[in-house]
Design a protein around this ligand. Sequence first.
Ligand SMILES: *Cc1c(COP(=O)(O)O)cnc(C)c1O
Ligand SMILES: [Zn+2]
Length: 437
Amino acid sequence: MTAYLGYRCHRCGREFPPADVFYTCPDDGANLDVVLDIDQIRATSSPEAIAASGEPSIWRYLPLLPVLKPGHQGTPLWAVGWTPLFTPARLAAKLGLRQLWIKDDGRNPTASFKDRASAVVVARAQEIGAGTVVTASTGNAGAALAGMAAAAAQPAVILAPRRAPPAKVAQLLVFGAQVFLVDGTYDQAFDLAVEAAGALGWYCRNTGYNPFTAEGKKTAAFEICEQLGLAVGAKDRDDLSSGRGTGSGPSPVRWIAPDAVFVSVGDGNIISGLHKGFRDLLDLGWITRLPRLIGIQAEGSAAVYQAFVAGASEIQPVHAETVADSISVDLPRDGLRALRAVRETGGTLLTVGDGAILQAIRELGVVEGIFAEPAAATAYAGLVEAVRRGMVDPGERLVVLLTGSGLKDVRAAMQAAGEAPVIEPTLNALKSSLGRG
Ligand SMILES: *Cc1c(COP(=O)(O)O)cnc(C)c1O
Ligand SMILES: [Zn+2]
C-alpha cells in the first residue's frame, strides 16, 4: 500500500491515474508531477516514526514515496541517501555567515546525487515488471542507473555523449550496462533514448521525462529538514544544559526548513524535485514554510536563467559550453518546473563563470576537505556570488547541496588544483622545493 494516486500535468493541470501514462502529458508533452494522498501519509506516518525506523538511506522515507519497498536489501540500492550535512565553520566565517551547512551528495554509492532518482526508478521498474531500463545521460544519471540496476540485477542500456568524462564512462562499463557513446550532444542522446524505449519496449529513466526521478530527488529535501532539525535541536539542548533553560526529558522530533537552498541547475530536475519534497512536507504540516530555492547555472549553459530574467514562460535552447559537464545542457528538459520552483519559493537564479567554478572546487577542498566535481562546486560558487551581491542575510540558515564527487572528473580537478612539482628523492631537494608546491 502506497500513497501514490497518479499524476498531474504541471502545464494543463489534467490528472491521470497511474495506469494511464508512463512519462509526460499526452495532451501537451509537459512533465507530470506525482500526486500523493497526503492525508493518508499524515495518518500513517510521522517524523517520530521515520526517526524510529533508523533506516540510514532514502528508504526511511518510503511512506512518502510512490513505490513499494524494493528488494535487494544489503546492496548499494539500499545505501542511497542519508548523506552527511556538514557544518563548514571556516568557509562560513570567510563568507561572514553564521548558519551554513553543506550537504555532500558525492557520498552516494555511485558518487552523485543521481542515485536518489535512479534508485526510485529501479524500484518502479521492478514493480511494473519492466525488462530493460534505458537512459540518456551526461554521465552521472547513467552511472547511477547502471549501478542501481546492477545491484538489482536489472539490465540497463546507457546512451552518453562521446565527450563524457572518462571516469563516468568507466563506471558505466564496470557496472555492466550496455553503453553506447553517441556521436553528438546530450540532447541528441536524450531523443534517441526516448525513441528506443518506444520502439524496443524499454523503460526510460530520462531526466525531465520520467516522473519518478523527481520523486527520488525530493528525498534530499526530506533529509535537509530532518538533519537540520537534529542539528538545531542538538544546539538548543546544549544551550539548555549550559543553564539557559529548564527543559528535561527527550525533546520531540522536529523537522526544520532552512531559509534558502543553493543548488546547481542543468535540466532543472534536481531543483524541481527539491521543490516537490519541500511542498510535500509543507502539505503534511511537518515544516512551516518553504525555503527559497536558489538555482545556479554555468554562464555557458544558462537557458533557465535567461528565461527567468526575461520573465518568459518558455525556454529557448542555448549552445551549452562549460567545464561543468553535468549541467551542460542546450535545452533543459525540466526547465519550466525549475522556473516554477524558483518563482513559487521566492528564490532566484544566478550564473557563475567557469573560473568561479574552479575556484569553488579549490576552496571546498582546501578549506573544508570536501572534493566536488565542477557541477557540484557550481552551487557553492553561487553562494559566494549571492553573498557578494548581498542577497543573503548573515544569520540565515543556508544549505549548499553538492551533487557529485570530485573523483568524477579528475581532469577538471587538476585544472582547479594545478600540478605538483617533481623532485629528486633527497631531503635537500625537498627543502628547497618546500613552499613552492
Ligand atoms: C545532473 C546533475 C546536476 C543538475 O541536475 P539537473 O536536474 O540536470 O538540473 C548537478 N550536478 C551534478 C553533479 C549532476 O550530476
Ligand atoms: Zn498537460
